[in-house]
Design a protein around this ligand. Structure first.
Ligand code: 4NP
Length: 162
């Protein structure tokens, strides 16, 4: 983890899921909000390993749960992971094991960016996935929000302590 919080080597965080319309934009929104509240200068983005939703705004259910928690993610647009993400970002967090596996296959070896599961950041949740809420309901989106927000809080604490 880099120690600096500003300048060219400030932490650069990429959140990755499958479609980039549910979990990773929620994680980006939660992290931006938590970082801003903590006065932390970071670069954050999100992307999907799949390309089906490129250019689309976050799923309306994701927008709704973020809005209910005071975070506006309506301006985000989905994009697919690119090779230069592994050099542009210092840390890449995947929502689940399938996406982490796909990132590892895409990444240069060794990867310049640290690759990990998003819930590895959360005490007691290491090695676990943020379940895909796409085929679920509002309760599933609420759980996704709680999980990515816990990770966002833990990441901000970790960055502040370095
Ligand atoms: P996400 O959710 O990976 O959290 O953005 C999904 C969004 C779309 C699809 C799957 C998961 N899909 O199959 O289109």
């Amino acid at each position: 983890m880099p120690a600096r919080q500003s300048g060219p080597s400030r932490p650069a965080i990429l959140f990755v899921c499958l479609g980039n319309i549910c979990r990773s934009p929620l994680a980006e929104g939660a992290f931006r909000a938590r970082a801003t509240a903590a006065g932390l200068d970071v670069m954050a983005d999100s992307a999907g390993t799949g390309d089906w939703h490129v250019g689309h705004p976050p799923d309306p259910r994701a927008q709704a749960v973020a809005r209910a928690n005071g975070v506006d993610i309506s301006g985000l647009r989905a994009r697919q992971v690119r090779l230069d993400d592994f050099t542009r970002f210092s840390h890449i967090f995947a929502a689940d094991h399938a996406n982490l596996g796909n990132l590892r296959r895409l990444a240069p070896d060794p990867s310049p960016a640290e690759l990990a599961l998003l819930l590895d950041l959360v005490k007691g949740r290491q090695g676990q996935a943020v379940a895909d809420p796409y085929y679920g309901d509002a309760q599933d989106f609420a759980r996704s929000w709680a999980e990515v927000d816990a990770a966002a809080q833990a990441l901000v604490a970790r960055l502040l302590n370095h």
